[in-house]
Design a protein around this ligand. Structure first.
Ligand SMILES: [Ca+2]
Ligand SMILES: [Ca+2]
Ligand SMILES: [Zn+2]
Length: 241
């Protein structure tokens, strides 16, 4: 029994450190994709483009924040890390989540692998899918979605397209308007018919979120005689870059 006090002391320390760890809980964001909005056909030279607005928003418990790190010597791109905070405002961890790349047409840095756009022939998936070009984003608070959520600021926090820090606050969304470069799928020569326009956010699951299962939105559209109409699942977009 000589060593019993030491055992008691050791287990007491263990309990203290376990309590200490649980006091600092991570506040993790959650991206959600709204259905595409402002859907229209536009002619560009000899190409026909399906243009649309995209809104993703954060209904998680913490901000989505990414920041630029060092240049990756392998690919020459700027590494981007996600900053995950604790409830007490301290930083919990900063995992590597991708790259910032310079977007010539937008004239600012974009976060890679933020979203993918797919047009799928309804009833025959895979038969005639068309894809948007690689979609990159400047992430920022452009659209107030639900500022009644716990931790949601009343005003935008990430209000510029930063070259070092970008983010999306709790309760805020980021809308990319249909007129912006990249907000299109080439539908030249596509047969009239019903299609599903699918938006997937964080398709490579680089960003840590509370729910990885709500990142896809689908809207049913009909393309006929040079016009496009929504036939199900729609919503109206707000705000713009
Ligand atoms: Ca999500
Ligand atoms: Ca994710
Ligand atoms: Zn941009």
């Amino acid at each position: 029994m000589k060593y019993a006090p030491y055992v008691a002391l050791a287990s007491g320390l263990f309990i203290l450190s376990a309590v200490g760890l649980s006091a600092a809980t991570e506040v993790i964001p959650n991206l959600k994709a709204l259905p595409a909005s402002d859907i229209r056909l536009a002619q560009s030279g000899s190409s026909t483009l399906l243009r649309f607005s995209t809104t993703g928003w954060n209904d998680g418990v913490g901000p989505l924040e990414v920041f630029a790190g060092e240049i990756d010597r392998e690919n020459g791109k700027q590494n981007v890390y996600q900053r995950i905070y604790n409830t007490d405002g301290t930083v919990s961890r900063e995992p590597l989540v991708g790259s910032f790349i310079w977007h010539e047409a937008h004239n600012h840095f974009h976060f890679e692998d933020y979203a993918t756009y797919t047009l799928q022939l309804a009833g025959a998936p895979g038969a005639s899918d068309r894809f948007g070009q690689k979609t990159t984003f400047c992430i920022m608070d452009t659209t107030r979605m639900n500022t009644k959520l716990s931790g949601a600021p009343k005003r935008p926090v990430y209000d510029t397209c930063g070259s070092v820090v970008q983010g999306m606050s709790v309760g805020w969304g980021d809308t990319y308007g249909y007129q912006l470069a990249g907000q299109e799928i080439d539908v030249t020569g596509l047969a009239d018919g019903d299609y599903k326009l699918i938006i997937e956010l964080d398709p490579k699951d680089k960003l840590d979120e509370t729910n990885e299962g709500d990142n896809v939105s689908i809207i049913d559209i009909r393309i006929s005689n040079g016009t496009v109409s929504v036939i199900g699942g729609g919503s109206r977009g707000r705000g713009n870059h």
